[in-house]
Write a protein of this length. Sequence first.
Length: 309
Amino acid sequence: MIETKKLTKRYGDLIAVNEIDLSLAAGDVFGFIGPNGSGKTTTMRMIATLLDPDYGEAYVCGKSIYGNSREVRRLIGYMPDAFGVYEDMTVTEYLEFFAAAFRIDGPARRKRCEECLELVDMTFKRDAYVDQLSRGQTQRIGLARTLLHEPEVLLLDEPASGLDPRARIEIRRLLRRLGELKKTVIVSSHILPELADVCTRVGMIEKGNLLVDGDVREVMRKARESITLQIRVKDRTEAAAQLLEQADEARSVTVDGEGTINVSLKPGVEDYTAIPQSLLEAGFAPTLFREEEVNLETAFMELTKGVQQ
């Protein structure tokens, strides 16, 4: 659905986007992660045909961005990080205005507006004035506007920026729904927890370079040098920790203030079935035994260098 080949944009001596290669299929929700100024918006604007690359190619549903801007724009729904709303317009009037711009006419226009309002859970605000909506409600109306012409590809630039916690949860729920509808979605953010439980794939960009691109779980594994086990026992925590220090698989063992034993395994060790067995044989009763989770924030810090443009 989206493919880029060595997509590049320069501003004088500054390389804003440096030879980015992407390949996204239908239903992919791609989290585009990077600090402000890293090249996320520039990349999305080139894919949306709003900015000409200096080099490279991009295809949307098989159509090149060169010479096919009208067709590509019909396939894309682009939601910038900031957009204006018109005063003295109700939500319904606002959506119908943009539906008319997409040449959705007659009864189909009102029907499509209602469908989009229902999708973003904003039917209860259909008669409210758009300039009186909260920030979160405005973002949802913006997303409804983006969906009016039934695009196959969605480019969402910082859709949860500036939202309160409840509104961010609602936006994440919408993103999951869009993936279920087999939309191809690129959603950018510099706030990593927003994307951790939404995206099927993730890309990490820094100083215009795409450093990481892959399945979320694969990225997590790549960021983790070794497995850390979190273990709790019913009693005799210190004794259990001393036993675990003797395990061949263990590199280090620590106990935190909550009584959790953290066992860092040696690099390359993935089979640790002997560890719980040794605890049981020694008479300990484990109440917790799991791998420590690696989140996107940890992965980003491990896999990027922290450089600035």
